[in-house]
Design a protein around this ligand. Structure first.
Ligand code: C5P
Length: 241
């Protein structure tokens, strides 16, 4: 059985807070958590100094900016992410093959140049906020599972390291994309936590059993009376998996 140290590397805490003070207070409280997700809201508010502060506290950063632009712009943003020490970054797969390929090349080149670890580049497929009629309205086939697999396949072909997908999609993604492709799943809810606005949820143990490499957990930990206790409870639960 893997040690608890290993399992703490699988749970990413979503820092969905407004500012650096709130973010760092949570990070200090969550002594055993190792990877923190900084999304668009917090990054827009606090930017690179927050990432540097997380690095100084010895934490890894999942920079979840869901990049989507022309290939050169995305590649340059990835280079900056590498220099800021991001361990994981997200890119919209609908930006196309060249965009993803340039991003992957930029990550490798910049890591080598700066002697920093290459971040994992993860593809975002179809946002869970979209329904099939939304896809039709933007001219895409209204088949969500089909589009997810198509975009995930393109991500793999273009040199990305993995995808972010809902826990319901883990098994099919694993089957289609193979064992080494990284799967990251949000929408995780321990049996003892409230579902809140998440609809297609799964417990941490179930998601690990189905083959997820990393779990993204936000409110069940960050809004718990004791975030550290809630985090350790999740780690214990997946250790028994
Ligand atoms: O608080 P909660 O555990 O629901 O947070 C989950 C995190 O994962 C949030 O940062 C949310 O934006 C993100 N996420 C999600 N569902 C997706 C993609 C990302 O909940 N399909």
């Amino acid at each position: 059985m893997p040690s608890s140290q290993d399992m703490t590397k699988k749970v990413i805490i979503a820092l969905d807070v407004e500012n650096k003070e709130q973010a760092l207070a949570l990070v200090r409280e969550l002594k055993d958590a190792r990877i923190f997700k900084v999304g668009l809201e917090l990054f827009t508010a606090e930017g690179p100094p927050l990432l540097r502060a997380l690095g100084e506290l010895g934490k890894s950063v999942f920079l979840d900016l869901k990049l989507h632009d022309i290939p050169n712009t995305v590649a340059e943003a990835v280079r900056i992410g590498v220099r800021l020490g991001a361990a994981m970054m997200t890119i919209h797969t609908s930006g196309g093959e060249e965009m993803m390929r340039k991003a992957a090349e930029a990550a490798s080149e910049e890591s080598e140049k700066t002697k920093t670890a290459r971040p994992l580049l993860l593809g975002v497929t179809i946002l869970t906020s979209l329904r099939s009629d939304d896809l039709q309205a933007i001219g895409m086939a209204p088949d969500i599972p089909g589009q997810v697999l198509r975009l995930a396949g393109l991500a793999k072909k273009s040199g990305l390291d993995g995808i972010v997908c809902s826990a319901q999609e883990i098994e099919i993604a694993r089957r289609e994309l193979g064992g080494s492709f990284v799967i990251v799943t949000p929408g995780i809810r321990p049996a003892w936590a409230a579902a809140q606005d998440q609809k297609r949820i799964m417990t941490p143990s179930q998601a690990i059993q189905k083959g997820s490499d990393y779990l993204v957990v936000g409110r069940p930990v960050t809004q718990a009376t004791s975030p550290q206790e809630a985090f350790l409870r999740i780690i214990e639960e997946i250790e028994k998996t």
